[in-house]
Design a protein around this ligand. Structure first.
Ligand SMILES: [Zn+2]
Length: 201
């Protein structure tokens, strides 16, 4: 939008360079609307064709990614690339490890799906009972990892599965694009919700 570009002159240049930002903004809004993240939780990224990633800034509100300077391009090492004054998500190392380990991955979503997190305290694998979960997710691994040391375990788990849950924390999903990663994130929460309902009987 021209008006918005005028108010955020720095963004206009970034957005011309990083055309994928809009799909991230739309997916972020869907994650928030679906209750898959808290107001300031989660993070999303796209692989950049020239290396590195376009990722949300730390503390970004995923439901409001269209407003202002909510993205930062980073290089392979996680350093901001061509943009000053923005701090990339504290999960940047995890996102970059996923891209490095999985050449076909185009987007990564980290969310906090509450039913999946609840199951993760007890289970080592989330086995969907519903058809969609079985078809699209298979067996979802649950891993225990300190946050600072979770990049490699998460990236390794995502070689076999489209989504992994870090126990007591949240999910990391890979996709060919942002919509694909959203698909598996929402499918996981649906499957976990159904399991939770069945356990109440
Ligand atoms: Zn988190």
């Amino acid at each position: 939008m021209a008006g918005r570009g005028g108010r955020h002159g720095g963004d206009a240049g970034e957005r011309r360079e990083e055309p994928g930002w809009q799909s991230l903004a739309e997916v972020g809004r869907d994650l928030w609307t679906a209750g898959l993240v808290t107001s300031h939780g989660g993070n999303v990224s796209l692989r950049r064709p020239r290396g590195g990633a376009l990722i949300t800034v730390t503390g970004a509100m995923l439901g409001r990614l269209e407003e202002g300077e909510r993205f930062v391009p980073v290089n392979h090492g996680g350093q901001p690339d061509g943009v000053r004054g923005r701090v990339p998500s504290s999960d940047t190392k995890i996102h970059l490890a996923i891209y490095a380990a999985n050449a076909e991955v185009g987007a990564v979503i980290h969310a906090h799906p509450v039913h999946a997190i609840a199951l993760s305290f007890e289970w080592d694998v989330i086995q969907p009972r519903n058809l969609e979960g079985q078809v699209f997710l298979g067996r979802v691994p649950v891993i225990t990892a300190e946050w600072e040391e979770s990049a490699e375990p998460v990236a390794t788990a995502l070689k076999e599965s489209p989504i992994v849950v870090v126990r007591g924390h949240g999910s990391y999903a890979r996709g060919t694009d942002a919509w694909d990663a959203l698909r598996v994130t929402s499918a996981l929460e649906e499957a976990a919700y159904i399991i939770s309902l069945m356990q109440r009987r």
